[in-house]
Design a protein around this ligand. Structure first.
Ligand code: DHE
Length: 540
């Protein structure tokens, strides 16, 4: 019955509505219960044992937004569904429903809350070390020129092949950490090599004894490592956390540096760290802070006892002022891609255009002694790091670097006079590329067009004397990229960058193929001699 005011009386419409709502609530609860477990629970059940409870990686790689930045969402889905070939990652298509797989794929791309931490204790606890066994002969276990050895990073199945650079035969093949990135770095004697993985692992490997010496996890998402010119220090650049980590040559942590402004108010991802051997320092590129850092390891006249760094505290006390400290050069904007002149007095830094806009990349030259910008650089597009080379031309020294330009720009190589920082030539290539390489003993420079769907199979060969294109070599339909020369410059080795790929050896004079070795997506190759002598034709 309705009251005179028209309001429903007790026992009228409202109780029925209440019952209805309760029923709806119960139905909703039941439906929620019937739904697949939420992604975090699925993750803990199926993924955590390999990828870590915090998604920071264990036996399997880290699954953090930072680590998955380069993987398309569809690829994440595919890997969860089908697994990953030649790894221990199984497919879950038979175990999980499609919506569960989708939920997992979405979830691993979202930030971990609270953000995972990786402090000095974690770094120290992650280290492993295997001392040199007693009585082991102090020479290579294999019979080849240790100075003409190539270290080939096979990204396809995360392995390393060691290649005899005279006979072009594989001496050894071993598993690497997941997803190495950046060039491996050698000790000055060429015996040890350091590999850095995107997940933050540094591996020190003894090329003579074919054994891992030490490993440590420097960060959760790392960019690269640098080894000091005196072989005593290893520095790692991290995106996550925002730190640099300094190690001795056996990967004992010495200290970490927070990548932060002087007042500590802003922190930054560290884009990369480079060894500036002629200056006895590391130079650091910061992604989010407009500063370049230089960290000197110059001990002045300090005695180096046994070549190891366990006495670094002693060194610190008597070394030159600023030893292992940060020297900041303020900039107008962050520069995160670097290239150096051979003396390492000048750093060429590129600013990345904001994504989405049609802004072009720009670049600046900074003098590391004066600590100021000395020129703006005329480049047609963004270069990839370590992509360029320097060589003598017309009485000056020029820098040549391909740029990643936009697809609409086609491919270009910028040639810049390093005396006045003016562009002397922009060469057209069939498509944008990543790497350019040469050698003191060849008049030619080779560059790829690997970013172009149509021309990724073509290497362009440029005469360094005339700055004209003289030839092309092709691997029809496949990606052909990343060249490195033999110690004597007589042969150029390029990668067929495919799962069923190869290293192709070309005669550097006639450009004819002389040998082909099957490899699993051989991302990069590094010649010991060219690296330790800092050949002007390759990255350092
Ligand atoms: Fe690299 C070197 C940054 C994407 C393969 N790359 C470097 C270096 C930096 C860098 C800072 C120099 C450090 C060193 O060698 O110590 N790379 C970047 C990027 O910012 C970028 C564009 C995006 C990213 O997510 O990191 C990028 N790089 C790639 C790739 O996609 C490549 C082609 C494939 C891959 O495996 O990641 C790639 N980068 C390489 C290689 C080197 C490298 C092979 C070493 C080249 C050398 O000859 O020294």
């Amino acid at each position: 019955t309705a009251s005179a005011a028209g309001r429903p009386s007790r026992g009228g419409r409202w109780p029925r509505l209440g019952q209805y709502l309760i029923a709806m609530g119960l139905m909703w609860l039941a439906a929620a219960h019937a739904q697949p477990p939420a992604a975090p629970a699925l993750y803990q059940q199926h993924c955590a044992s390999c990828h870590g409870a915090q998604r920071t990686g264990l036996m399997g790689p880290a699954l953090l937004p930072e680590s998955l930045e380069r993987t398309r969402p569809a690829e994440v889905l595919r890997v969860i569904r089908e697994g990953r070939q030649a790894t221990q990652m199984p497919g879950f298509a038979d175990t999980l429903a499609a919506d569960e797989i989708q939920a997992l794929a979405d979830w691993v791309r979202s930030p971990v809350q609270p953000a995972p931490r990786w402090g000095e204790d974690d770094i120290r606890a992650s280290r492993s070390f295997t001392p040199l066994p007693e009585g082991e002969p102090n020479r290579p276990k294999w019979n080849a020129d240790p100075m003409n050895l190539f270290v080939v990073v096979e990204g396809g199945d995360h392995h390393i092949s060691l290649l005899d650079g005279d006979r072009f035969e594989v001496i050894a093949r071993f598993a690497s950490r997941y997803a190495l990135h950046g060039g491996p770095k050698f000790t000055p004697d060429g015996r040890y090599v350091f590999f850095g993985s995107r997940d933050g692992w540094i591996t020190k490997y003894d090329l003579w004894r074919l054994a891992v010496v030490a490993e440590v996890r420097a960060g959760l998402n790392m960019r690269n490592v640098a080894v000091s010119g005196d072989g005593r220090w290893v520095m790692a650049a991290n995106y996550l956390p925002h730190t640099l980590a300094l190690f001795d040559a056996d990967l004992n942590l010495v200290k970490t540096y927070a990548a932060a402004t002087l007042d500590g108010k802003a922190t930054s991802r560290v884009s990369a760290v480079y060894d500036a051997a002629p200056r006895s320092s590391f130079v650091v590129a910061l992604k989010d802070i407009p500063e370049i850092w230089e960290i000197s390891y110059d001990q002045g006249a300090a005695p180096i006892h046994d070549g190891l760094v366990h006495d670094y505290k002693m060194g610190e006390a008597i070394a030159k002022p600023g030893y292992l400290g940060v020297r900041r050069t303020p900039l107008s904007e962050p520069l995160d891609d670097f290239f150096f002149d051979q003396s390492y007095r000048h750093v060429l830094g590129a600013t990345r255009p904001k994504s989405g806009g049609d802004e072009r990349a720009s670049a600046q030259v900074v003098n590391l002694d004066a600590r100021i910008k000395v020129a703006d650089l005329p480049i047609a597009g963004m270069p990839h790091l370590g992509s360029g080379i320097t060589f003598a031309w017309n009485g000056t020294t020029v820098l040549a670097s391909p740029n990643l330009g936009g697809a609409n720009q086609g491919g270009m190589v910028d040639v810049i006079d390093m005396q006045n920082w003016k562009n002397v030539r922009t060469l057209k290539t069939p498509g944008p590329g990543f790497f350019m390489r040469s050698h003191e003993a060849t008049p030619y420079a080779w560059t790829d067009s690997m970013m172009s769907p149509q021309a990724k199979d073509t290497l362009t060969i440029i005469d360094k004397r005339t700055l004209e294109t003289v030839a092309q070599v092709r691997e029809p339909g496949k990606t052909l990229a990343h060249i490195e020369f033999t110690r004597d410059g007589r042969y150029a080795l390029a990668s067929v960058w495919e799962m069923d790929g190869a290293i192709v050896v070309y005669d550097a004079q006639s450009f004819k193929e002389v040998k082909r070795l099957p490899m699993k997506k051989p991302v990069g190759k590094y010649n010991v001699w060219n690296k330790i002598t800092r050949s002007e034709g390759t990255s350092h």
